[in-house]
Ligand binder design. Structure first.
Ligand code: CAA
Length: 382
């Protein structure tokens, strides 16, 4: 069991989420993947058990859970279904900018409904021509009286079109580079907000990934987050925290694949004995388990740094996300190998897990960007 400094109450909460995931989420996972439809029932399940309330402070009707406990919850859900784990991760991602930079009034207005799961959140940074180079965004926001008018589009937005609350990053002063980007809370009912194409993806198929289009989209000036020009910093500070959640999702997927491979190795008989009695399989399982545990420790460590209010945790969350997602890719691939031909078939969940694992190496910053973040911190921090 990995080192995790949680209280008895927190451990009980995680155990309850594990049971809920095994009893209610796991039986839906294959169907969600097959249909590719957004799992409203899973959203209601998480809302009904206050799981979507975890990232929000208690004064706004949230649970006020620690970063570590949120990560452990994402892990338990993703162990059974990565799409369902992502519901919690993105509820945190879309609302983190408000938590970090929102005014009291903005928190009062949005957090209770997000905590209750009545509303979902999304994070709109990426554009068609601006992925890793987030500062190259083209969406603009121009102030007109007591409103901003947004024009442009965002691409690959998780929960896009379903979330009522979208944190959108747009250029307010092109002459200032990263210091000319601002963040806005955009409700999906604001005039000029539209949903474009909905993507057909390799994995996390139940999660909706969509294009958001802004045509003279009217955003009240009071929906600016922080001050004009703080948007890029808000995005970076958000991702420093939420990459831990993607690391946790990857650990969950990898643990699910390991569970499957171990169970299969015990019951699959070839040459007159269970395949788990062969050293070739044993060594694979041992390597898989070690990778999962190392990834989990990096994720929990980064989460605990955030909870302790330590400076400079960004490089550790980047390490956690990078290592855990690479581990998830390796472990899910090995799980398929242990299951042999059955692993390649849709009858077993191993191939779904590998498809789901792949996105964790890409979203919230590719693993190449994580390396850049780590190296820059190494070379510039004291
Ligand atoms: N915290 C605070 N401020 C930061 C920061 C951080 N972690 N990182 C950078 N900044 C500040 C810098 O200090 C600098 O500020 P000053 O102008 O005051 O000096 C400013 O931001 C610009 O910094 P850089 O010069 O480092 O910026 P850059 O253009 O080189 O980009 C980058 C840096 C790390 C590559 C960044 O572009 C990046 O993170 N790219 C990846 C984007 C990403 O992760 N996208 C994910 C989309 S969300 C998603 O995927 C969600 C989903 O589907 C579920």
């Amino acid at each position: 069991m990995a080192v995790a400094h949680v209280s008895d109450d927190e451990r009980e909460l995680i155990e309850a989420i594990r049971e809920l995931a095994q009893e209610r989420v796991a039986p839906r996972a294959a169907e969600i993947d097959h249909s590719g439809e957004f799992p409203w029932d899973m959203k209601e399940l998480l809302a009904g058990h206050d799981i979507l309330a975890m990232p929000f402070p208690q004064e706004y009707e949230g649970l006020g859970s620690s970063e570590l406990v949120i990560a452990m919850a994402i892990e338990e859900l993703s162990r059974c279904c990565a799409t369902t784990g992502l519901l919690l991760a993105v509820q945190q991602l879309g609302s983190m900018p408000i938590l970090l930079f929102g005014s009291e009034e903005q928190k009062q207005r949005y957090f209770p409904r997000l905590a209750g799961g009545e509303w979902m959140a999304a994070f709109g940074l990426t554009e068609a021509g601006s992925g890793s180079d987030a500062a190259a965004m083209r969406t603009v926001a121009v102030r007109k009286g007591d409103k901003y008018l947004l024009n442009g589009s965002k691409r690959f937005i998780t929960n896009g079109g379903l979330a009522q609350i979208n944190t959108i990053f747009a250029v307010t002063d092109p002459a200032l580079g990263t210091r000319g980007i601002s963040a806005f809370i955009v409700e999906k009912d604001f005039p000029g907000f539209a949903v474009g194409r909905v993507e057909d993806k390799m994995g996390i198929k139940g999660s909706q990934t969509a294009e958001l289009i802004f045509t003279d989209c009217e955003v009240p000036a009071e929906n600016l987050l922080g001050s004009e020009g703080e948007g890029f910093k808000i995005a970076m500070m958000t991702l420093d925290r939420t990459r831990i959640g993607i690391g946790a999702q990857a650990v969950g997927i990898a643990q699910g694949a390991l569970d499957l491979a171990v169970a299969y190795a015990k019951q699959r008989v070839q040459f007159g004995k269970p395949i788990g009695e062969n050293q070739g399989i044993q060594f694979m399982l041992a390597d898989m388990a070690t990778r999962v545990e190392a990834a989990r420790l990096l994720v929990y460590n980064a989460a605990e740094m955030v909870d302790r209010g330590e400076q400079g945790f960004g490089r550790y969350s980047a390490m956690a996300k990078m290592f855990a997602s690479d581990a998830a890719m390796a472990v899910t691939s090995d799980a398929i190998q242990v299951l042999g031909g059955y692993g390649y078939m849709k009858e077993y969940p191993a191939e779904r897990m590998m498809r789901d694992a792949k996105i964790t190496q890409i979203y919230e910053g590719t693993n190449q960007i994580q390396r850049l973040v780590i190296a820059r911190a190494l070379l510039t921090d004291a």
